[in-house]
Design a protein around this ligand. Structure first.
Ligand SMILES: C[S@@+](CC[C@H](N)C(=O)[O-])C[C@H]1O[C@@H](n2cnc3c(N)ncnc32)[C@H](O)[C@@H]1O
Length: 309
């Protein structure tokens, strides 16, 4: 749940309470969302952790297990939620999400229309971006997916910012009650061109639409449809390169003649001078590209509604 302060504003500075959702962080690739429950425990390979020890601690605290192991208790930000949520569909990840929020010009108070909801990965970030006075109306034609998304938004404390509707947006378009009210529209649908005429009617003058599609053929067809009523049509593919940063020892190897050479452990290396000076250890910080970096996710096509006058 996005923690709120006494005035119901999202706040990551307050302490953990009974009933809060926290992200139990072992490593950047080992995290779990856990609801804090005074009498419960959390078990992992480092031992057993009592939830009662977590209550009252600030988000970000390091907490110990019965065996002296530790984890961090992090606030369930949209960035972390995207990494731990249950995947009921393909989802949008942080690189695409950040780009969408920037290019759709989403700020507090905006009214956003989205379809499909999928696993709610993007919706969670949209909700935080429009908080505290805006709203996200998201539609999926799959009833069970919509219901699961609603449950997730309850868990993450977003119900006042998000409404989930069950609707075939490709067939019926967005509900008429939103005509001319949307600051932006986001589509992640298999045939987005079918929903574009409706999206156009929903947008305020100068509003921006974004469509996410994994295949370039979908992009071409959407762009064809966009041409009649939209301007500034642009497509992006966001490719993220992630680097791993870790402490390590410089490896040495003997060479003929008795000397030794240092093997370059990675692309960039920063010596830990203090460590070298004090104990002669060759400790380094190693920075290298992650082997499991994500490649192509999809294409983001943006277009601005053409002004009539
Ligand atoms: C790839 S998922 C969306 C993932 C979402 N962007 C996220 O980040 O979690 C696509 C969703 O579109 C929904 N969908 C497909 N056709 C639809 C239609 N005609 N109307 C509404 N939703 C539809 C599917 O049920 C699916 O949940």
């Amino acid at each position: 749940m996005l923690p709120t302060d006494d005035l119901k504003k999202i706040s990551f500075t307050r302490s953990i309470r009974d009933g809060d959702l926290v992200i139990v962080y072992e490593r950047h690739d080992v995290m779990k969302a856990v609801k804090v429950c005074e009498n419960s425990t959390f078990q992992n390979r480092f031992g057993m952790f009592k939830h009662s020890d977590w209550i009252g601690k600030p988000f970000g605290s390091k907490v110990l297990s019965n065996k002296g192991g530790f984890v961090y208790l992090l606030a369930p930000t949209p960035e972390l939620w995207t990494l731990v949520l249950s995947h009921r569909t393909q989802i949008l990840y942080i690189a695409d999400i950040s780009f969408v929020i920037m290019f759709l010009e989403i700020v507090p108070g905006c009214l956003i229309l989205e379809s499909g909801t999928g696993s709610g990965s993007l919706t969670t970030s949209l909700a935080r971006a429009v908080a505290p006075t805006g709203h996200v109306y998201t539609f999926d034609f799959h009833e069970q997916r919509a219901a699961s998304a609603r449950e997730d938004f309850e868990k993450t404390g977003l119900t006042s910012l998000v409404t989930v509707g069950v609707r075939d947006v490709q067939g019926q378009g967005f509900p008429e009650e939103f005509v001319g009210l949307a600051d932006s529209v986001f589509l992640d649908l298999p045939q987005p061109w079918l929903a574009i005429p409706s999206a156009e009617r929903m947008l305020k003058q100068d509003g921006v639409l974004c469509s996410f599609s994994p295949c370039i053929e979908q992009v071409q067809r959407s762009a064809e449809t966009l041409r009649s009523k939209f301007t500034d049509i642009r497509t992006f593919e966001v490719l993220l390169r992630t680097y791993e940063v870790r402490e390590g020892k410089t490896e040495s190897s003997q060479v003929e003649g008795g000397g030794s050479v240092e093997l370059p452990p990675c692309k960039k290396r920063v010596r830990s001078k203090e460590a070298n000076d004090t104990n002669g250890d060759s400790s380094t910080v190693m920075v290298r590209p992650c082997s499991e970096a994500r490649g192509h996710t999809g294409y983001l096509t943006f277009a601005r509604l053409r002004c009539l006058s």
